[in-house]
Write a protein that binds this ligand. Structure first.
Ligand code: UT7
Length: 329
C-alpha cells in the first residue's frame, strides 16, 4: 500500500470456557446474594477455566478465530502481543505459548501487563509498529484466567471476576485507529494488587490467612477512579480527532461494573444503548473484556464499515486508556 495507511482491525475472535459460575453458586460459597450482586454489579454469571486447561489453549482458540476472520493463516502473523495478568508461566510468555499452539512460526512474541487496560495499551504499541512499516500483521491476544488469582472466600472480589480470551488481528487499511491515549497513576497502585514474586507484610495484612497470590481491591476507590476516568479518557480521545460523542456508533468499555458504565454514560451524555455490555454473562475478564465485546458485536453484524467506535478501559496500576477506531472490515 503506497497511500498513507492506518493500523486497522481486520479480524476478531474470542473464546470463553464452558464452565459457568452463577450468582446462585456463589451464594453457597460466601455470604452474598444473587440480588446484591445483580443490583451492585450487573453480573449474573462468569466463566471459569477448568483446572487442567492452560490459559494458552483458550488464548489460541480466540487467536485462530481472529486470524481466520482476517482471511490469513498463522504463518502470516509477524508479531504476537499477549496482554494478561494471569499467564500460565512468567517464562515462557503467554505470547510464546500461543505462538507454539497456533504454529505462527514467523512471529515474534511478547507479553504486556497493563492490567485491565492491557488491550488498549497493546493497540497503541501495535499501531506504532504497523504505521512505521515494521510489521504487516500483528495479533493481539488478551487472555485472562482471573479465577486462578481470586480468593473465593473474599466476597468483595470473588463475585466480580471471570475467565476468557479476546483477540484481534491488526493490518493496514485506509481507515483504522485514529487516536489512542494512555495514562498511569502508579502512586495509587496499592488500591488493587496481585502479588507475584514478592509478598510484603502489608500484602499479608490485607488478605485472608494463607492466601498469597490473590486479588485484593479497595472496590470503592477503584469505582470512583473508574467512573471519572472512563468519561475523561473518552472525551480526550475524541477531542484529538475533532469529534464529539455524537459522531460515534458505539462505546466498548472495560466491563467491570454496570454502575460504572452507567455513570460514565451519564457524564458523557450518551444513551446506554450506545454502550456495549456483556458483563452480565462474563463478569470482569480484565484486558480480555473489550476484545471479547468487539468480537461479539462484529459477529452480530452490529458494526458497519465507517462506524467510529471508542474503546475505553481502566485498571490495576492504576492505568487507563482509550482508543478511537474507524471500523474498516
Ligand atoms: O477491573 C477493575 C477492577 N475492579 C473494579 O472495577 C471494581 C470497582 N468497584 C466496584 O465494582 C464496587 O465497588 C464493588 C462491586 C466492588 C462493591 O460495591 P459497592 O456498592 O461499592 O459496595 P461497598 O464496597 O460500598 O460495600 C457495601 C456493603 C458492605 O457492607 P457494610 O460494610 O455496608 O455492612 C460490604 O461488606 O456491601 C458489602 N458487600 C457485599 N454484600 C453482599 C461487599 N461485597 C458483597 C457481596 N455480597 N458480594
Amino acid at each position: 500500500m503506497t497511500k498513507p495507511y492506518k493500523a486497522a482491525v481486520i479480524g476478531t475472535g474470542s473464546a470463553l470456557p464452558e464452565k459457568r459460575l452463577t450468582n446462585k453458586h456463589l451464594e453457597s460459597m460466601v455470604e452474598t446474594s444473587d440480588e446484591w450482586i445483580i443490583k451492585r454489579t450487573g453480573i449474573k454469571e462468569r466463566r471459569i477455566l477448568e483446572d487442567d486447561v492452560p490459559l494458552s489453549v483458550l488464548a489460541a482458540e480466540a487467536s485462530r478465530k481472529a486470524i481466520a476472520d482476517a482471511g490469513l493463516t498463522p504463518m502470516d502473523i509477524d508479531l504476537i502481543i499477549a496482554t494478561t495478568i494471569t499467564p500460565d508461566y512468567l517464562s515462557p510468555s503467554l505470547a510464546c505459548c500461543v505462538q507454539k499452539e497456533i504454529e505462527a512460526k514467523n512471529a515474534a512474541a511478547f507479553d504486556m501487563n497493563a492490567a485491565c487496560t492491557g488491550f488498549v495499551y497493546a493497540l497503541q504499541v501495535a499501531q506504532g509498529l504497523i504505521t512505521s512499516g515494521t510489521y504487516n500483521y500483528i495479533l493481539i491476544i488478551a487472555a485472562e484466567a482471573l479465577s486462578r488469582v481470586t480468593d473465593f472466600t473474599d466476597r468483595n472480589t470473588c463475585v466480580l471476576f471471570g475467565d476468557g480470551a479476546g483477540a484481534v488481528v491488526l493490518g493496514k487499511a485506509e481507515e483504522g485507529i485514529a487516536s489512542v491515549i494512555l495514562g498511569a497513576m502508579g502512586e495509587s497502585g496499592s488500591v488493587l494488587t496481585i502479588p507475584c514474586c514478592y509478598f510484603s507484610p502489608e500484602d499479608a495484612e490485607k488478605r485472608n490467612e494463607g492466601k498469597k497470590q490473590v486479588i485484593w481491591m479497595d472496590g470503592s476507590e477503584v469505582f470512583t477512579f473508574a467512573s471519572k476516568i472512563m468519561c475523561e479518557a473518552s472525551l480526550k480521545v475524541l477531542e484529538n480527532s475533532g469529534l464529539t460523542v455524537n459522531d460515534i456508533s458505539y462505546i466498548f468499555p472495560h466491563q467491570a461494573n454496570i454502575r460504572i458504565l452507567q455513570n460514565a454514560a451519564k457524564r458523557l451524555d450518551v444513551p446506554m444503548d450506545k454502550v456495549y455490555t456483556n458483563l452480565e454473562n462474563t463478569g470482569n475478564i480484565s484486558s480480555a473484556s473489550i476484545p471479547v465485546c468487539l468480537d461479539e458485536a462484529s459477529r452480530k453484524n452490529l458494526l458497519k464499515k465507517g462506524d467510529k467506535i471508542v474503546m475505553v478501559a481502566f485498571g490495576g496500576g492504576l492505568t487507563y486508556g482509550a482508543a478511537l477506531l474507524t471500523w474498516s472490515k
